[in-house]
Design a protein around this ligand. Structure first.
Ligand SMILES: Cc1ncc(COP(=O)(O)O)c(C=O)c1O
Length: 482
């Protein structure tokens, strides 16, 4: 018999023994997770480590799992940015729920293929239930709510644009189609349009106001101008939580405009979609019910491991129209009654991504997630409050969806010099190892950006980080001006 599980023929290590060693990795994970605060935020791999990895071979004979795990943990995983660290304030990073890890692990162990209903009916039902729950939170109603879990909002936004294109344009009209969105919209929208074949001039970026919200009046002017020129405006994208500033566009106004011009209205809720779980904050997303689709990354604010994103549409027939194929080899495992994942999006085989979110929701309940959202908003306001106590700090974008942007602007320093100083402050705080804060650029100038959505971040973390920022800003500014 070909006993492939006894893969180390030399030591005769068998499956069970190897799996015992896998359990050691799990034990180590549980221990580490409780000590995440103690980890270096970024223990960047040195050249020696990188050379070691470059030198690794793919062996002809199997090896002990313990050795493989240890070398991966030491050289790969613990030499990467700890985005889950409570003082990692960059990008849109959060603590990961161990329940999400458990749900993900379970899905991996069973390796169900959620490509079609028939392949994993229970997973299909759970996914459908979650999609309807998410749509319901956005105010969608009716039996046609549908959607799909995808790898990330990049895929979700692109899939929405495919559905938008196919619902509003005939293939002959594709070259004239135009989509409109703010200059703060995530690059995945532009990238998605490029991938699906649109030219750069078919993606129109509309300026934003002082609060980084899209200028709806300018969007309307652009649409009118394009219509008069014989083009085919077919979609607008609104933001529920921009990456830079956590800004929420005036979704209601965008919804009205979409209706007036018969445009598909997509909301990028990759980041801010999670405020929908909070009855206190949900109102900020008013108008999302008027959209045709929205994306929501639960691997952002809702503490899911990658990758757990979703696209929710008001009428799932639009997804079926764009994504259905009927190959003969899948006929026996396809279901016209329920609809299959592979007919709702671009993927065929795919993991049951919804399971980890389901697992987390069951283990924590929604009350806790509501509290998390509130806590994140609170922590971002605390950043503002602490900065306002100190001279020279200027808030560039007020806290929104747990995100705040600011600069240190000593009197008399030019905007350009402040840009350079901002970079130096960011590098200094990262170099200190205490907190991780990178820059972004708003209206042409560098800012420091903090996103405070990590459930493990304490008020003390925020206070000490601002204190250190202030110290470093003074130091860097003195060094800079000489
Ligand atoms: C607003 C927004 N949209 C889309 C994306 C892309 O999401 P993903 O990285 O899951 O593809 C991001 C990622 O940060 C985002 O912040």
């Amino acid at each position: 018999m070909f006993d492939w599980l006894e893969f180390d023929q030399k030591t005769k290590k068998g499956f069970e023994e190897q799996m015992e060693q896998v359990k050691e990795v799990m034990a180590r994970y549980i221990e580490k997770n409780s000590q995440i605060r103690e980890l270096a935020i970024y223990d960047k791999p040195d050249q020696e480590t990188l050379d070691k990895i470059i030198g690794w071979d793919i062996p002809a004979k199997g090896r002990e799992v313990r050795d493989i795990s240890n070398e991966l943990i030491d050289n790969v995983f613990e030499k990467a940015m700890v985005l889950q660290h409570p003082r990692f304030f960059s990008f849109v990073s959060t603590a990961v729920s161990p329940y999400s890890v458990a749900g993900s692990l379970l899905s991996d162990i069973y390796n169900v293929n959620a490509g079609s209903w028939e392949l994993a009916p229970g997973a299909g039902l759970i996914e459908e239930k979650l999609i309807k729950w998410m749509g319901g939170l956005a105010g969608y109603d009716g039996d046609n709510i549908g959607g799909i879990f995808l790898s990330g909002a990049s895929m979700a936004n692109m899939s929405a644009l495919v559905a938008a294109r196919d619902s509003r344009l005939s293939p002959e009209e594709f070259p004239e189609g135009v989509v409109y969105f703010s200059d703060q919209t995530h690059s995945s929208v532009e990238k998605g349009l490029r991938i699906i074949g649109f030219r750069e001039d078919q993606a129109v970026k509309i300026p934003t106001d002082d609060e980084f919200k899209v200028r709806v009046d300018l969007m309307e002017e652009a649409i009118e101008r394009d219509l008069a020129a014989g083009k085919k405006p077919f979609a607008i994208v609104g933001n529920l939580g921009t990456t830079n500033t956590g800004t929420i566009d005036p979704l209601e106004k965008l919804g009205e405009m979409a209706k007036k011009y018969d445009l598909w209205f997509h909301v990028d809720g990759a980041f801010g979609g999670s405020i929908l779980v909070s009855p206190i904050r949900r109102n900020l997303a008013k108008g999302i019910s008027m959209s045709d689709s929205f994306s929501w990354d639960t691997h952002k604010w809702l503490m899911q491991v990658y990758s757990c994103s979703s696209l929710i549409v008001k009428d799932k027939s639009n997804l079926f129209k764009s994504f259905t194929e009927h190959p003969e080899y899948l006929a026996d495992v396809s279901s016209s009654e329920h609809g299959d994942g592979w007919d709702l999006g671009p993927e065929m085989s795919r993991p049951a991504r919804a399971i980890k979110l389901w697992y987390t929701l069951q283990a924590t309940g929604t009350d806790l997630l509501e509290e998390l959202i509130e806590y994140s908003f609170y922590n971002a306001s605390l950043v503002e409050k602490e900065l306002s106590k100190r001279p020279n700090w200027k808030i560039i974008s007020h806290s929104s969806c747990g995100t705040v942007n600011f600069r240190y602007e000593p009197e008399g320093m030019s905007e350009e010099d402040v840009d350079v100083l901002t970079d130096k402050i960011s590098k200094a705080i990262i170099g200190s190892g205490f907190a991780f804060i990178v820059t972004t650029t708003l209206k042409g100038h560098k800012t420091l950006r903090m996103c405070t959505i990590n459930a493990n971040t304490t008020e003390e973390d925020i206070r000490k980080t601002v204190e250190l920022l202030d110290e470093l800003a003074k130091r860097e500014s003195n060094a800079f001006t000489g």
